[in-house]
Design a binder for this molecule. Structure first.
Ligand code: HEM
Ligand code: NAG
Ligand code: NAG
Ligand code: NAG
Ligand code: NAG
Length: 339
């Protein structure tokens, strides 16, 4: 692995003298680690397999980590950074993330194994992209080739997380704008929402739909299937803990198209799910995904590849963290804060 470090150092040195020396590295490629860490992706796969077999919720956690990473300052593992004395409030502690994101310990476990195999080579941002793909496949979903070469960022911002993450009470227009903000289109939005085939949400996030729709006391969102709404009210009583978890779709822990069947049947959990059928483009995609799981799977892989390329840090930007929760102690002289 020393040779890989050497080639990176040579490349960096080359940049000083001859800017083109690194141009080949300035985009992602599937074989990015083929000489520097050939077994890296197999190691990730092995761990994800084990972790998901033990707890299928980890698949949901890993998939969502990649999404929340990419939407906030680009796919640079900013979501993994812990607070420090100079950065007290970070992305992972922002309201949409706190007490909600999970699988951080599993990421640590994978990263430790990668560092043992090839120290300082495999970025945390790439780890998240590969682990998200593997998590989907381990729960019965599609697979896709993941382009690699993302670099890890130096900063994390709670404010950015609040600004960039989509709101669960958003309508089709709100969500379309939110995704356009990071270069994704309405098709990506509808198809990536299919990730809600995995995992769970908290009662606090549906209370307003059940008991306070549009701010009217005791009004339930009339677009909710009435039996589904009644069931949700049993699971999420008004005056109990909002931290109680409910499943995102009716097939827990399985990546399939049942989420779309639920949405088409007015059983989408959040307003952001229900709203997908309120627009002709959305309705068309939901109808296709409901009827043809293979079609959904294909589109999902393509959309994940697009999501995985938001605002990348490449080449000499950023760094490769040795621990995903903290930036490296000695920073690269060419460090950049651009995102
Ligand atoms: C369309 C806009 C989206 C909105 C408004 C949204 C909102 C949410 C909310 C509110 C939760 C529950 C969080 C909680 O109550 O603690 C959730 C869970 C989840 N979301 Fe999304 N989401 C969106 C898109 C996505 C995308 C694009 C992905 C991935 C590609 C994704 C993956 C997940 C997963 C896997 C979970 C379950 C997490 C777990 O069980 O730990 N979501 N989402
Ligand atoms: C690569 O990693 C996998 C998973 O940890 C392991 O089973 C395999 O033996 C490793 N192969 C090599 C060549 O190190
Ligand atoms: C398995 O999952 C449980 C929770 O579902 C967790 O407490 C435990 O630490 C996990 N074990 C391993 C080896 O990851
Ligand atoms: C009901 O909704 C309104 C507006 O959305 C909000 O300001 C208010 O706090 C909510 N009331 C309760 C009891 O949650
Ligand atoms: C389902 O979608 C796949 C992939 O797009 C396509 O090849 C297949 O013909 C579709 N099946 C039906 C029954 O439409």
């Amino acid at each position: 692995m020393a040779s890989a470090k050497l080639s990176l150092a040579t490349c960096t040195l080359g940049l000083l003298v001859f800017a083109l020396a690194c141009s080949a590295r300035l985009q992602l490629s599937e074989d990015y680690y083929s000489t520097s860490c050939p077994n890296g992706t197999s190691i990730i796969r092995e761990f994800v397999k084990k972790q998901v077999a033990n707890d299928s919720g980890i698949a949901a956690g890993l998939l969502r980590l990649h999404f929340h990473d990419c939407f906030v300052m680009g796919c640079d593992a900013s979501v993994l950074l812990d607070p420090t004395s100079s950065l007290l409030v970070v992305e992972k502690d922002a309201p949409p993330n706190a007490n909600s994101l999970r699988a951080f310990e599993q990421v640590d476990e994978i990263k430790a194994a990668l560092e043992e195999e090839c120290p300082g080579i495999f970025s945390c941002a790439d780890l998240l992209a590969v682990a998200a793909r593997d998590a989907v496949e381990e729960t019965g979903g599609p697979t896709w080739p993941v382009p690699l070469g993302r670099r890890d960022g130096y900063i994390s911002s709670s404010e950015e997380a609040q600004k960039k993450l989509p709101p669960s009470d958003g309508n089709f227009v709100d969500l379309t704008r939110n995704f356009a903000n990071v270069g994704l289109d309405p098709v990506d939005m509808v198809i990536l929402s299919g990730a809600h085939t995995l995992g769970r949400g908290r009662c606090v996030k549906v209370w307003d739909r059940l008991y306070n729709y549009t701010g009217v006391p005791d009004l339930t969102d009339p677009s909710l299937d009435s039996a589904f709404a009644a069931d949700l009210k049993v699971k999420c009583p008004k005056d109990q803990s909002g931290a109680t978890h409910i499943m995102m779709d009716t097939t827990d822990g399985v990546f399939d198209n049942v989420y779309y069947q639920d949405v088409a049947g007015s059983k989408g959990l959040f307003t952001s799910d229900a709203t997908l059928i309120t627009n002709p483009v959305g309705l068309n995609l939901v109808t296709t995904a409901t009827a043809n799981q293979t079609a959904f799977f294909e589109k999902f892989g393509e959309a994940m590849v697009r999501m995985g390329q938001i605002d990348l840090k490449l080449g000499t930007q950023g760094e490769v963290r040795t621990q995903c929760r903290v930036t490296n102690p000695s920073r690269h002289p060419f460090r950049t804060f651009s995102s």
